[in-house]
Design a protein around this ligand. Sequence first.
Ligand SMILES: *Cc1c(COP(=O)(O)O)cnc(C)c1O
Length: 402
Amino acid sequence: MNTSQRPAGRHFLQIPGPSAVPDRILRAIDQQVIDHRGPEFGALGREVLAGVKEVFQTVHPVIIYPASGTGAWEAALVNTLCAGDAVLMVETGHFAALWHKMALKLGLKPEFLGGDWSRGIDANEIEARLTADTKHVIKAVCVVHNETSSGVTSNVVAVRRVMDKLKHPALLMVDTISSLGSIDYRHDEWGVDVTIGGSQKGMMLPPGLSFNALSPKALLLSKTATLPRAYWAWDDMLEANKTGYFPFTPATNLLYGLREAIKMLREEGLANVFARHDRHAEATRRAVRAWGLEILCANPAEYSSVVTAVVLPAGHDADRLRDIILSHFNMSLGMGLAKLKGKVFRIGHLGDFNDLTLMAALSGVEMGLELAGVPHKKGGVDAAIQYLAECAKSKTVAKIAA
Ligand SMILES: *Cc1c(COP(=O)(O)O)cnc(C)c1O
């Protein structure tokens, strides 16, 4: 194929974030920058700071950083903890491992419960560890809600339940960078102290914004926490945010986009957004099973609704398959990260995504499997079609009945 040739049609960005940005958001961002100290900005700031709370399902403050998700990870730790504090983390996959590494670099003492990257958090294991911590040395439990590297979603409620049962005072911090706005998540109801979110996955925005949703307890502890912080300091942010402003130059145009994203989520309704992601994930799994390939996530109760990691048969390179699909069909699929490199590819089915987008993506995968000579059975695309048609039919019936 001539690589300099213009690929016709749109690129299929089927990685699990960044996800393709909808036209409405692109248009919202495509506006002149305004004075971030002027009255027009104050109104924008107040609107997005209030609106984003709906997405976290919280009434408490949400901080918006002009940073990728990694920055918001750091902000969560440095605002609430002291040097040498013990924190409990769980190795659900690559992102949990990166957060653990960050905790080490910041001078914390993270304890890392090992995992094989195919399962989520075992609340019993957390319970055993916290039960042994009778002196309450552990100051925070830090978990990843949706492990983007493996396509595994952990049960955050079960972790909270264990902490409540033991009356353990540690903070609960949750990374929702790839689940926010795509998988049901309730900051207040689930008793989370700091939720970390990002803009470029379920929120449908370009990369560049990230979030900390706070609890009153996290806010209180931030007054006495002593890890050094300046740019990430919550107190300066919250003070400026009271009137809709920021202590430094905000990412104004991304905030135009955020305002539009919140509107879009509201118009569809969060419950419908979550159901749509569940449906597309199920259709994807049906395709994978029909192909005779393995889904990395070992526990069906933990299947991710935003990304499916597919294991290639031994001796077949997932990156070669991805290259073939990219060059022939102009579609990017997620690569296997770290120890999964070459072993899995990941299909992102998140953000502004519908049945036909999914069908195109799955067709690209099925054609790619054929071209790459990966042993598989036919009929994955058909299995997904059948499932989506059934879902549409039952929706139509429900509408007629109503
Ligand atoms: C993408 C991702 C991150 C990293 O976020 P960046 O925006 O790349 O800094 C962290 N955790 C999870 C679960 C992610 O999916």
